[in-house]
Design a binder for this molecule. Structure first.
Ligand code: LMR
Length: 327
């Protein structure tokens, strides 16, 4: 009981998005793993809840559970299929057991920046990937939410990939990410997001790779020497629900729900760059250290990771890689 109370208290203190639902309203649970108040996913999830709760008042009541308080990485997709939760926004790097196609989003240096990634999601190939999960027992992709580009941090300064030799890095459950770490001469360890801070603090791993928003809101900079501005990979989410849930809504309610999902997705992607920039500044303000790279140094990172593309060419598909790179 005390454990349950603690996690409930955490959910309340970490976020105010637990709505008080009225009798007769259908509760719709949105579970995610990120935290703080300035994180793009936190803001988008709360915006979505706020809009549904206002515009569909009396019908639906969205409750947001951040910080892995309801489900963490390893359980959330299964929970969606079981109907224990109705909305998720997992990283595209966490679908490896369902599809290898999302590996395209993980290829190192394939996207120059988030604008490039957004352009790709608007192509025919990118749109098709949005529904890639739908054939799996009833997942429904509602939209891509960009989170940011990623940067390496470690318990020592990383200037060139060689500096990472022999170190252990936490990665998401992505085969592409694992190969990328191996290409640096380091070893990858897949781990749930909720365990990363503790693993960095106790030395279970030496480093990690993430966005400014995750590094700031989860305080990774506190337990790392510094963050290096590698810009090597994209972090983006699949905002998703289940077909069971969608099909249970009336045609009118479903259309309204989907329209809000679309609006919130567009708004989130428009504001994500500013949120990332603000959290980069927040890291510096809080005493975190950021290393910038010269063009020559950056080129060494690009060249070191380039072989990963051909390793996944047959899994992901040559045409898809070409479409993403050229978007
Ligand atoms: C991670 O596991 O590092 C990220 O996917 C967490 C998140 O949802 O931003």
């Amino acid at each position: 009981i005390s454990l349950a109370l603690t996690s409930l208290a955490l959910a309340f203190s970490a976020n105010t998005a637990l709505a008080s639902c009225d009798a007769g309203e259908r509760v719709v649970k949105f579970s995610h793993v990120t935290g703080g108040t300035t994180h793009p996913k936190v803001v988008a999830a709360n915006n979505f809840a706020e809009r549904v709760n206002k515009e569909m008042n009396g019908k639906l009541c969205v409750e947001v559970f951040p910080n892995s308080t309801l489900f963490g990485d390893s359980k959330e997709l299964e929970a969606l299929l079981l109907g224990d939760v109705q909305l998720l926004a997992p990283s595209l790097s966490k679908f490896g057991s369902y599809t290898s196609k999302y590996g395209v989003f993980d290829l190192p240096f394939i996207f120059k920046d988030m604008d490039h990634a957004i352009r790709f999601t608007n192509t025919a190939e990118g749109k098709k990937l949005l529904t890639e999960m739908d054939e799996y027992a009833g997942f429904v992709g509602l939209g891509y939410w960009m989170s940011g580009m990623k940067y390496f941090s470690a318990n020592k300064q990383l200037t060139l990939p060689n500096d990472a030799k022999g170190l252990k890095f936490r990665v998401q459950t992505s085969d592409v990410a694992k190969q990328m770490i191996s290409a640096m001469g380091a070893s990858p360890q897949a781990m749930s997001f909720s365990e990363v801070y503790g693993a960095l603090q106790t030395g279970v791993v030496d480093g990690q790779e993430n966005t400014w928003s995750n590094i700031y809101t989860k305080k990774f900079y506190e337990v790392q020497d510094s963050v290096t501005e590698t810009n090597h990979q994209l972090l983006a989410y699949l905002f998703m629900t289940s077909s069971d849930f969608l099909n249970s809504l009336s045609d009118e309610d479903r259309a309204q729900f989907m329209k809000i999902a679309d609006d919130v997705t567009q708004e989130a992607n428009l504001s994500v760059k500013a949120k990332e920039a603000a959290n980069r500044a927040n890291i510096l303000k809080a005493g975190g250290k950021i290393n910038t790279l010269t063009a020559d140094q950056l080129k060494v990172w690009v060249d070191t990771m380039q072989p990963v593309w051909s390793q996944f060419e047959s899994d992901i598909g040559k045409d898809l890689i070409k479409a993403a790179a050229g978007a």
